[in-house]
Every structure is written in structure tokens, then in C-alpha cells.
Design a binder for this molecule. Structure first.
Ligand SMILES: [Zn+2]
Length: 102
């Protein structure tokens, strides 16, 4: 079966995306990556990230982080989204430890 191949524009990487990326790139260096929080350094490959629904941009991010997010999103496609509140989880863990200690 032939595989459908989308153009760069259809995938959200058209001339406007490339122009915006080029404009934002110099300002991204020295700021934290929105995906991993580590500083984006000169010499690192940076991508202009899309939101998960691809309707907006998340800003500049490490290319590695951007590609990992894309893989994770494809892997999770169709699965229900689960929001994990780490504060609640930490509290429950603490409570469980306390109960076990009794
Ligand atoms: Zn990153």
C-alpha cells in the first residue's frame, strides 16, 4: 500500500514556520528549554515546537526534546490522556508510608 507523504507545509513546517524559527533562534540561547528545563546553548540544535494539537507554537526547544515529544505523542495516540498531579501523588505516598508504619 502506498504511503501518503505530506509536504513540509502540510506538516506545519512551511515558510512561515521556518521564518519564525529563524527569527526566534537568537533569543532562545541561554533560556530554558520548555520541555526539559535545561539551558539551550549556542551550537545545540533547536526546533520551534508545536503544541500537541499543532495549532500553536510552544517556543524554541532542544531538537532532541522536540523529537522525543513527537515520538511519545505518536506512541500515545488514541490512548486517553492521564493527568498526574505529582503533589497529590507525593501526599498519597506519604500517607501510605504512615499507614504501613502503624
Ligand atoms: Zn530540552
Amino acid at each position: 500500500m502506498p504511503r501518503l507523504r505530506l509536504t513540509t507545509g502540510q506538516r506545519g513546517y512551511g515558510p512561515e514556520h521556518q521564518k519564525l524559527r529563524k527569527r526566534l533562534l537568537p533569543y532562545a540561547y541561554g533560556t530554558p528549554c520548555p520541555r526539559c528545563g535545561k539551558t539551550m546553548e549556542v551550537g545545540q540544535q533547536l526546533h520551534l515546537g508545536h503544541s500537541d494539537d499543532r495549532r500553536s507554537y510552544t517556543g524554541m526547544e532542544h531538537a532532541e526534546c522536540n523529537l522525543k515529544a513527537a515520538v511519545d505523542m505518536r506512541r500515545n495516540a488514541g490512548k486517553p490522556r492521564v493527568h498526574v498531579d505529582t503533589k497529590v501523588q507525593a501526599t498519597r505516598k506519604t500517607l501510605r508510608v504512615n499507614v504501613d508504619d502503624l
